[in-house]
Design a protein around this ligand. Sequence first.
Ligand SMILES: Cc1cc2nc3c(=O)[nH]c(=O)nc-3n(C[C@H](O)[C@H](O)[C@H](O)COP(=O)(O)OP(=O)(O)OC[C@H]3O[C@@H](n4cnc5c(N)ncnc54)[C@H](O)[C@@H]3O)c2cc1C
Length: 246
Amino acid sequence: MPDQPRARTAWHTATIVEKLAETPHAVRLTLAAPTWPGSEPGTHLDVRLTAPDGYQASRSYSVASSTPAGNVVLAIDELPDGEVSPFLVQDARPGDQLEIHGPLGSYFTWLPGRSDRPVQLIAGGSGVVPLYAIALAHDAAGDPAHLQLLYSVRTPAEVFFADELAALTGPTFGLDLVYTREAPHDWPDPIGRLTRETLAARTIPASQRPHIYVCGSTGFVETITPWLVDLGHSATDVLTERFGGL
Ligand SMILES: Cc1cc2nc3c(=O)[nH]c(=O)nc-3n(C[C@H](O)[C@H](O)[C@H](O)COP(=O)(O)OP(=O)(O)OC[C@H]3O[C@@H](n4cnc5c(N)ncnc54)[C@H](O)[C@@H]3O)c2cc1C
């Protein structure tokens, strides 16, 4: 008898059940996808849109949270000259249907209880989405490993999951923001892009052998990763997810 197709590789029909403003340029979409198998924190899925004339376009989006056979939460930043993200941010409405495929990207997952080494998360912009999923899972499991998120973002208004990340901070989760264009009044740190020096000063040192997850635009990831190796981290301890662009 031939093997049954595995549910995780199928395309699933999903209905948008909620659309919220995440930042001035991004939305949070909650999808109801009854056949979705659930996903490990850090993974992504492909969204496929089909136009009335049959034209299809698909793009990858990280899963912010999901439940087996239930809801899937995505956070999508609009690239003004893009094909798919302006549709999802501007035009998509609750009740609309799309297709999702996944979960994908098991190379970028973190699971509770696997290691007691600390975890350094490093995000640029919307690259925080899979790292937020990891922080949520860490909190839900009460995992004792220390998690630290260094999050580079243009302005305070553009912080994804701002309230949720603030609520997660505590003895085992630290949140450290770097603003590249504008900071809150009285912000103590310099405004500007992440530098090698900032990275050295504000991340878990190599001597503690953290697992490291870096996610953001391709340019962000390719800038940060060699600095981490220069700082003494083993390349095998650094996992990366590139969202595209420069
Ligand atoms: C594994 C993975 C997970 C992702 N998760 C998310 C997510 O959670 N949230 C999210 O908002 N996006 C995410 N992305 C990016 C997403 O897949 C799309 O690339 C993005 O939405 C742009 O699609 P588009 O059709 O609007 O633009 P396109 O029409 O594909 O591109 C328009 C222009 O923008 C450039 N571009 C494409 N992607 C980027 C980028 N990320 N940054 C800067 N410039 C870019 C292109 O080179 C092109 O010039 C993820 C990408 C990958 C590979």
